[in-house]
Design a protein around this ligand. Sequence first.
Ligand code: KG4
Ligand code: ZN
Length: 337
Amino acid sequence: MIVLGIETSCDETAAALYDGSTVLANIVTTQEIHKEYGGVVPELASREHLRFIIPVIRKALDEADITWKDVEGIAVTRGPGLAGSLLMGISFAKAASFALDIPIIGVNHIEAHLWSPVFEYPELSTPFIGLIISGGHTQLWLVRDFGDYSLLGQTLDDAVGEAFDKIAQMLGLEYPGGPVIDKLSKEGDPDFYRFPRPALKSDNFDFSFSGLKTSVLYYLDDLSEEDIVRHKADIASSFQMAAVDTLVGKTIRAAKEYNIDRIVVGGGVAANSTLKEVLQSHSDNSSLSLFIPSPEYCTDNAAMIAYVGYHRFMRSESDELTFSALPSLSLESVSLS
Ligand code: KG4
Ligand code: ZN
């Protein structure tokens, strides 16, 4: 069965084709328009999805060397995400499903991130601990099986990607801040200044990044312009290390506490090179297997949506054309019928 995946939950317009074993095409257009605003502007995101969705799907069909006639099911992100953006993808998917008379299914975006390593690590099996870190999410999941998910903890305030973006802005770097801080940090000293890691002291699995953001802000307030310029890489690197220590500390502790020996990381921040290094070395020390997809599958993409849709179709699930976007869709409500 060839499934067309469509993802429009935030600022990526993406389409992919998946046949149950191979990703036949995976096309992502990142909307550049938000750069000048330093963050995603929801209304502009919806309009850009409308502009990009048909060319992106056409490109996916071309790359897979198939036509609409070969598509046997459509999987589309139902939530969580921006309401207007989700609606663009869902409306298009419904129209295509109706016109072609093929089944449609709404997919949970977080569930899709949890399975995103499967294309590069087909051996991935359950149970595993899943850390989903992006501009909108910071969550730790226990995945017992496909369709069986428990939220262990999440951020109480900012998402970690949001913290990267805001610190980058404070340092006068461009948006999105994550990749820029990642690169700049390589020239800096991660021990230059020790920013607080308060979440590590609590015995739950929740995160908090607004305190870290504020402490960077106060630290910068006390420095001269000259010192900020001279130590930009050191400050970026010290912030990054505080964020990474928190993410890694909680993830490894969750694996130990739940006696799980596999860890999956997904979402844009999973592309962070220091996070990968530190998590890999802690995983090795504790004999845990680590599954982090390449950036193509870490960041928002439609292949992961098609994958979840495919497996739900295989379980004889599908949605009526009346289903709606759910901007706050929770994953714990997703269970196999
Ligand atoms: O998953 P994603 O593409 O979109 C959503 O937010 O859903 O994640 C984007 C986030 C941004 O906050 C960006 O700054 C961050 O991921 N990011 C990174 C890196 N690459 C992207 N953060 C740290 N290091 C990176 N290399
Ligand atoms: Zn995402």
